[in-house]
Design a protein around this ligand. Structure first.
Ligand SMILES: [Zn+2]
Length: 296
């Protein structure tokens, strides 16, 4: 019996220590939400895309329904969140500005961002940052992830749509030329081109300065970060587990919370408040996961 009590006490201490840690640093955290698509079409035969790690990715989970997106925006308004772009993010962090901030980001540049997300954002005068795969924009090419599906369901934005949004609170960042996984590119010239030319293309089309970059699939290494650092003010990654510490201050590894189609408003709140991240990265959760894996 005593052993069980000791284990329980240890778990409790772990949770409490984590909680104190969370409460102490909560105010330094600005949630950056990651979306890909907003639309109401999911497929019956749920296609799974094989990711770089070989695990299946449910493509439909990246499509947040129009209703859910609207509810999430209205929640932010109700709770007086100030929505910022990724161009404003560092200034707020570095100058310790006071307020309840959140950033809304989209990856890739699908047309549904313009058709369904943008009107809802515009109505509420909310900002967002869209990371564009520049060779995808205005093209008749599907992204690799959609190659098994009808192109009409997976169209990219046009430059005209991008320009129109840019006039109304939407900022753009670069997400490479072709959405190749950067860690898999061996040719340094190609690597630089993917990172730098995408920025130049957006700057040319919009006549703005592009300050933020998103690594495709959140994949990076020292070399990639070094090139990104030379050309951008900051860069975002996807929420990928323990690689980045909970309170990380590297502006080139800004972690985001992925909002998925299956998230209800409660899950959205957990992600918004940083609690989801906090749990996922805490020692006791990691230990528990390892234990469950080990038992399988
Ligand atoms: Zn992407």
């Amino acid at each position: 019996m005593t052993v069980i009590y000791i284990i329980l006490a240890l778990i409790l201490i772990f949770i409490l220590a984590n909680l104190i840690h969370y409460l102490l640093f909560k105010h330094k955290y600005i949630p950056v939400l990651m979306y890909h698509r907003v639309n109401n079409h999911t497929r019956d035969n749920r296609i799974r895309y094989t990711t770089h790690k070989g695990s299946g990715l449910d493509i439909d989970s990246m499509k947040v329904s129009i209703n859910a997106f609207q509810r999430q925006l209205d929640y932010l308004i109700r709770k007086n969140y100030q929505v910022i772009t990724m161009d404003e993010y560092l200034d707020i962090i570095n100058n310790k500005k006071k307020g309840k901030f959140v950033a809304i980001t989209f990856d890739d540049g699908y047309e549904d961002n313009y058709l369904y997300a943008y009107p809802l954002l515009l109505e509420r005068e909310m900002k967002a940052t869209i990371y564009l795969v520049t060779n995808f924009i205005n093209s008749n090419n599907s992204l690799p992830i959609d190659k098994d599906d009808d192109f009409t369901n997976n169209k990219p934005l046009t430059w005209d749509e991008v320009r129109e949004m840019n006039k109304n609170h939407i900022t753009f960042g670069a997400h490479t030329l072709n959405h190749q996984f950067l860690t898999e590119i061996n040719d340094i010239e190609v690597l630089v081109q993917e990172i730098v030319e995408s920025k130049k293309k957006i700057e040319q089309e919009l006549n703005i300065e592009v300050k933020s970059f998103a690594y495709p699939a959140g994949l990076y290494n020292e070399e990639i970060i070094r090139i990104v650092q030379e050309h951008y003010e900051n860069a975002v990654i996807t929420a990928n587990g323990r690689i980045v510490p909970l309170f990380n201050h590297n502006p080139y590894l800004i972690e985001r919370e992925a909002i998925s189609r299956t998230d209800n408003l409660f899950m959205f709140k957990l992600k918004l408040w940083g609690i989801h991240r906090f749990i996922r990265k805490s020692l006791w959760y990691q230990a528990l996961r390892r234990l469950l894996k080990w038992r399988k």
